[in-house]
Design a protein around this ligand. Sequence first.
Ligand code: PGA
Length: 258
Amino acid sequence: MQRQALVIGNWKMNGSQPLVASMAAALAAQPELLKQVTVVVCPPAVLLTSWCQATSALAVAAGVQDINEHADGAHTGEHSLQLVAEAGAEYVLVGHSERRQWYADSAARVAAKVQQVMAYTEQPVKLVLCVGESAEQRAQQQTMTVIEAQLSSALAALTSAQLSRLVIAYEPVWAIGTGLTAEPAQAQQVHAFIRNWLTNKWGVSGAAVQILYGGSVKADNATALFAEVDIDGGLIGGASLQVEEFLAICAAAQARSR
Ligand code: PGA
């Protein structure tokens, strides 16, 4: 099954107005690449409007790194799905391991955020559900059990019609920001497990879901990772802050679309 290659930059709590401008200018010079690869940048929410303005003439999308699990209300400092969607976000990361570890994103909160995205029908915002095991869980051979638990608690209530709005990012926690990357075959094994899980539950709509790999993806390891049959692209942290590096990763994903 042909799935469009997808590369998402996650700037985390980094970036700046000059980076918005230089990244947008570099992407504007790559019209062919943008036809073959869906490129998304998730800047910090305060840079979202600038990013949308800078890329308004380009086939590039905007995303955010998180949303609150409530639709509105007294939640100082938080952003609802509606607020970010109206500001131009077309993709929303949910369940990133940094949020699970340090900002109390329990399985229940992640599931509630998933429901916020899926319940919003004004615009077809896409959900990027992040899953991944820790080093300790991998050492204890619990990887697939952990991934399955994260998938089922977050996605149990989804209908097959909602799957067209779903992307999964497999990000082993031990590979995020550490310089350690999963070997392509090691990542593929987990991607195949996720693909089977989706297909068993939802059939062809499950098979069509894009599954991204994230965790220290760089220009020099992207090609090998994206050559794997179930790795449809990447969720890129540190390397998405360097224009040339990010473009080279997008170009590596382009090879998948040919
Ligand atoms: P990294 O981050 O590419 O810096 O490892 C990936 C992520 O956390 O999404």
